[in-house]
Ligand binder design. Structure first.
Ligand code: AMP
Length: 218
């Protein structure tokens, strides 16, 4: 199964994709996580990407396309995968079509997580992630706080806040989403593979909604 998640920054794609990838035992490819890892490791991709990410604008398409061409061909993606954050514009969507065609695969479903635009800034600025990569649990200081401030409930590691999760950068990221990424909703809807999910409310209920949507299709 090949699943693609769409949604604005802060819509909850990361949280749901992590859960779904465990549940369905599918590889989870998050473009943001892959880029942040590359920045941390100081790879050529990371060095190229950092200044764009700091400003909240899109990293050049060729960087993302090369990265996903390499990842999608890996054995762990053979039985299927979940794409989170790629593609992010129409040019990338066209390139993904070509990559999938080469691999003789197609998208099973595109899940569009919809959240009221006014809620996104508060959602993004309050989110925290477990710094232990193996764990990666996600929290929100208001909507899903950890039991102890800044400490992961699951593994006890310190929680981290993304450097681009601040109001000024978030404003840019939301503008970029509206202009570049939102047109993908129509792109996939025209292929009849788009399903829209309400991304507001209880995390468990949203997950159940996603599972119901996928089960109908398989
Ligand atoms: P995210 O974690 O998905 O919010 O992504 C964080 C940042 O990584 C974005 O603000 C962009 O600078 C960059 N990024 C992630 N995915 C893409 C993509 N598909 N195309 C271009 N830039 C991306």
């Amino acid at each position: 199964m090949q699943i693609l998640f769409l949604g604005a920054p802060g819509a909850g794609k990361g949280t749901q994709c992590k859960r779904l990838s465990k549940h369905l035992d599918l590889a989870h490819l998050s473009s943001g996580d892959l880029l942040r890892e590359a920045v941390k490791e100081g790879t050529p991709t990371g060095l190229k990407a950092k200044s764009y990410m700091d400003k909240g604008v899109l990293v050049p398409d060729e960087v993302l396309i090369a990265m996903f061409e390499e990842k999608l061909a890996r054995p762990e993606c053979a039985k299927g995968f979940i794409l989170d954050g790629f593609p992010r514009n129409l040019a990338q969507a066209g390139s993904l079509d070509q990559l999938l065609e080469k691999l003789n695969k197609q998208l099973t479903v595109v899940i569009n997580m919809q959240v009221d635009f006014n809620l996104l800034t508060e959602r993004i600025c309050g989110r925290r992630t477990c710094g232990n990569k193996e764990c990666g649990s996600t929290y929100h200081i208001k909507f899903m706080p950890p039991k102890k401030d800044d400490i992961c409930d699951v593994c006890g590691s310190a929680l981290t806040k993304r450097s681009d999760d601040n109001e000024e950068v978030v404003r840019n990221r939301l503008k970029v989403y509206e202009k570049e990424t939102e047109p993908l909703i129509e792109y996939y809807d025209a292929r009849l593979i788009l399903r829209t999910i309400d991304g507001q409310g209880d995390v468990d209920e949203i997950f159940s909604d996603i599972l119901r949507t996928i089960k109908v299709l398989v």
